[in-house]
Design a protein around this ligand. Sequence first.
Ligand code: FES
Length: 411
Amino acid sequence: MDARNDMLRLLNGRREGFSLEQPFYTDPDFFKLDMELIWYRDWLFVGHDCELPKPGSFITVQIGDYPVVLVRDQQGRINAFHNSCRHRGSRVCNTDKGMAAKLVCPYHQWTYELDGRLLFARQMADGFDKSQFGLKPVACESVAGYIFICLAKEPADFAPMRAMIEPYLKPHRLSEAKIAFESTIVEKGNWKLVWENNRECYHCAGNHPELCKTFPEAPTVTGVQGADSDPEMLAHWAKCEAAGLPSKFRIDPAGQYRATRAPLLRDAVSYTMTGKRAVKKNLSDSVSADRIGTLMHYHYPTTWNHILIDHAVTFRVLPISATETAVTTKWLVHKDAVEGVDYDLAELTHVWTETNDQDRRIVEENAFGILSPAYEPGPYSELHEGGVIQFVDWYARFIGPRLAGDGRPAL
Ligand code: FES
């Protein structure tokens, strides 16, 4: 209860436009509240439909204390379940991904159908009712190739998010793509520091030489203000929308998710050192327009994305502890693109592999400095860090009412 009161007091007393007080980035009890009030209650991006290509394909994910398995069933639906056996609780699937005709618990071989029903439990007492011991379901939605889950018993309505984001994503046909490469790095910093760093490019010129060859640092691109008064953005949206690609800046009323399309620098079409495409085949058979730039889509607290003409780079944030965060990056290409023929994997992944490592170091140095007893919240640049101000405001407005007990995020 003390941590709740402390967090509420610090939120109520916080200085807007300034970074948060130290415990938000370091305190294990504050971290538990973040998990309980945000991560265990909201829709979280966990993976892509194309990672579950066939009935029996599964992937697993760990959300704080909750192991979850996602599996495609015989009807082609993607289901999510708590990955905890209904016998004595063992993890049923214990690898990151795989294929299984049925889900068989390795401990005593209780066997579950791909839709979660318990099919077989050997030598249980007469009268044992299998129908009472199916895997516990987790709410699961798929939108344009992105799978979201929600651990809450009564999930928030997913429809508004789907309605806004689907038209932007759908032309890129990510549900039919393939993962060319994925990497997971652990950053020694709180999940909010990972996001704060992501939401601005104030740091880019000094830290990201590879990314800065193609990605604009302009706050109208990276932030959440001024895009609709930037002539370059307006011209880009007009051109892309004429080609059938929704592109204008849109953000939900609570600020939890946003989509917009932005041009890359000069004549660049992709995130490579030359700005030229990394993959010969277009990512989507439905998109052929030249120079579509990047479709940028974020959804707090789990994902930001860049979708280009030739590939997509998607990011998933998962907190491990108050001071550790896993960031998983996936590079998606057309399903028929062949490594070594259509793309060189090192070239495809170079810019974001370097950028991720640079961001890891930045976040870790940020976290290190915040541990100092001398740390106090500092002012964000309104010009360059509007996106960070927006993220921190979203966080405070989202968690504050939940702390206070009304259970709903403020709009
Ligand atoms: Fe799963 Fe026993 S714990 S079969």
